[in-house]
Design a protein around this ligand. Sequence first.
Ligand SMILES: C[S@@+](CC[C@H](N)C(=O)[O-])C[C@H]1O[C@@H](n2cnc3c(N)ncnc32)[C@H](O)[C@@H]1O
Length: 454
Amino acid sequence: MQNNYSYYNLNDLNNDNAEKNFFISCNRKCEEVLIKELKALGFINQNPDEKAFAGVHFTGNMEDAFKIILNSRVASRVYLKLANFEIKLKKDQEKELLYQTVRQINWCEIFSAKESIKVSCILGRGLDKRLNSHYLSQIAKDAVVDTFRDNVGQRPNVNTAFPDIPIVLYFENNNVDILIDISGEPLGNRHYRQNDFAAPLRENLAASILYLSEWNYQNECFIDCMCGSGTMTIEALLMGLNIPPSFIKVKRALINDSAERLKHRWTIENLKFFKENAKFRMKFKELLKSVREQYKLNNKISIFASDISAKSLTTTKTHISFIERELSVKLANDVIFIKKADATTLKLPSLNKNQNKGIIFANPPYGKRLGAELETDYTDERDKRDNNTDDNDDQLAKLYHDLGENFKQNFKDFRAYIFTGNLELRKKISLQTSSRIELFNGDIECRLLRYNLY
Ligand SMILES: C[S@@+](CC[C@H](N)C(=O)[O-])C[C@H]1O[C@@H](n2cnc3c(N)ncnc32)[C@H](O)[C@@H]1O
């Protein structure tokens, strides 16, 4: 059986200069930001048709893909598309058809039987509703394993937690895309988080928000007045100092640290072409070194982080200290200033001569109704008693209202941004909204609200 296919990258897999097809995923509604970032990084040209749901299609060579893995602040994962087949799956007839389709790929040319695999199926639009993704994954996994057994007499093991080769089948209408996730863990994992903290923003969502805020770090300060675990603050720091988001992983990779959580670095390293292509491995090492040398620690930026909760501040400080140790530099009280403060009474900090305005940002609590699971324990008991941060609706309404009033009073000429998942509470802010951007924090529909303060 031979299905029709619209592309098939396997013939050129070992040629590192040959153009291949990739899918770069991101948080929902961040597709435009990702396209803009990729354009700024020089990877894509003017207005091609790349935009998809929660990601961007991209054509380039392996080196381009690896550069994106190392440098994109917005991307979640990078997938290498192996092939796209036409396939009309129907419940109870799916087994043979899917099995034969997956067997059309010579998996032994892509990776060795020593690598562990995980096969996941994602069901998109236009499919028989009765299809079951777990069952489809099982069939596809059997097809991959049997390809090895028949060709080399050995089979790869399955590892669902940390696979060396994560294989993804994306079904839509009468087609399936067969992909390998070459980034491995989500690229949003920057590895500076040392303490657990409930309800942090994802790092790549925070970076997307920063891009959307059009922060000009050369002459604008950035104030995160409800910093929580410091995600926005740290993403601003990395952006303002031109520190690549992968810097901690890159450092580990260059010193061959075998710490457990960094062992599975980038799954691109497990592909056969990578292992057998010394030229590409050298190029890869050069790219890692160039990331290492990219820091511009002499940039004069000013970031102010504050929060009412002592626990939040301790978490932010721990993360900043970790980054200071990684980079062997002092950041606190030099480019970043952290203090305990109530955002509803916070005053304008003293600024450098060239920084007389900027951005004030807040990601306030959403409240119980929309985000109980996210919010319940963001403060410790003492903070809850001492401060005005209980999830009580009235108190939250007052918090949103007072926040807006303080922005009006103390941050004239600033741009204020509030990121919230509570679409009711935002109405308590009596400022004129100059833009509302729809975003998603996981599954929660959120808004990034902009206010121009005059
Ligand atoms: C949703 S969390 C922010 C999470 C943060 N963006 C992160 O990624 O970790 C809300 C934060 O607002 C803080 N907060 C609540 N009321 C406050 C107030 N009146 N002034 C300052 N911070 C406040 C809480 O302590 C909590 O850290």
